[in-house]
Design a protein around this ligand. Structure first.
Ligand code: MN
Length: 293
């Protein structure tokens, strides 16, 4: 099933061919609230999806599908408590970063090259219909701003100390995420948390429909030129271990977002570029890049 948020934060199911969407907001168990601050309905949906699923399926059957082109898709992540992101999770990306750090004059300390998790600000999330806006100060300082196209997990049932064996059962589904990053020294969370630095979308494909998350291909192009192209099988720390490790540090809540790390091929984006990110079995997201006005 493909779960989407659209227009005034309505909740919809996208058809399996990706051409139509059916509004199933009225089938939610709890009152819908279009105010993004009141995201409780979304958190409850993430937590209770398995129980709600038959109602949602019935609502799709009895509902009226609209062309997807008639709506505006929003990020399928509404005020998550946190974005957990993985560092150094593809060997070929770790290898390329030595060169990047030399070029941008970063001290490139050893701990930056080891797998770990860090946090991005949830306020950096934008949707699949939005642009990345280049922040004025790093641009004025001639910093490189890079794309990182990542397989992104949305947590269903939360928990602390989740075992790797149980981890996949805690996942609602998968989506596409961009972890936009200002290169250089300075706190990593700050460099990745500028407004618009986390485009997410176009929808969540539920875990049952994705199957093995390590049998996917991520492809990212900029203005039609392929820059990142990787099999998720080559991830160093696999998703069950990521969930186990992250939840041993911080309790995961329904709706939390987990970004699984940058594939090799990170590179600079500039005003006017268009980033196209595709993950097999999930879909594609087109993200324009523009300077701040
Ligand atoms: Mn990243």
């Amino acid at each position: 099933m493909r779960l989407a948020i659209f227009d005034e934060l309505r909740f919809g199911i996208v058809s399996s061919d990706g051409t139509t969407i059916t509004d199933v907001t009225d089938a939610l168990a709890s009152a819908h609230d279009p105010d993004p601050i009141g995201a409780g309905w979304w958190v409850r949906l993430c937590r209770d999806f398995a129980a709600l699923r038959p109602r949602l399926e019935a609502a799709v059957k009895n509902g009226r599908p609209k062309p997807l082109s008639a709506v505006t898709l929003r990020a399928p992540a509404l005020n998550p408590g946190k974005i957990v992101a993985c560092a150094s999770n593809y060997a070929a990306h770790v290898a390329e970063m030595a060169e990047v750090q030399k070029r941008v004059g970063s001290t490139g300390q050893q701990w930056l090259h080891e797998f770990d998790v860090f946090l991005k600000a949830p306020s950096s999330i934008v949707g699949p219909s939005d642009a990345v806006v280049l922040p004025p100060q790093p641009v004025a300082e001639r910093k490189e701003i890079h794309h990182e196209g990542e397989l992104t997990v949305v947590i269903g049932r939360g928990g602390a100390d989740i075992s790797a064996k149980d981890a996949l059962a805690h996942i609602l589904g998968y989506t596409i995420g961009l972890d936009m990053t200002v290169r250089g020294d300075g706190d990593r969370s700050r460099r990745k948390s500028y407004d618009t630095f986390t485009p997410i979308g176009p929808w969540i494909v539920t875990a049952d429909e994705v199957g093995d998350p390590h049998a996917l291909r991520i492809t990212l192009s900029v203005d039609g030129e392929v820059r990142q192209d990787v099999d998720t099988a080559t991830m160093t720390t696999k998703i069950p271990e990521i969930i186990a490790y992250a939840s041993s540090v911080m309790r995961l809540y329904p709706g939390d977002v987990v970004m699984t790390g940058a594939p090799p091929g990170v590179a600079q984006v500039r005003d006017g570029n268009v980033i196209e990110t595709t993950i097999t079995r999930i879909g594609s997201m087109r993200t324009p890049v523009r300077a701040a006005r």
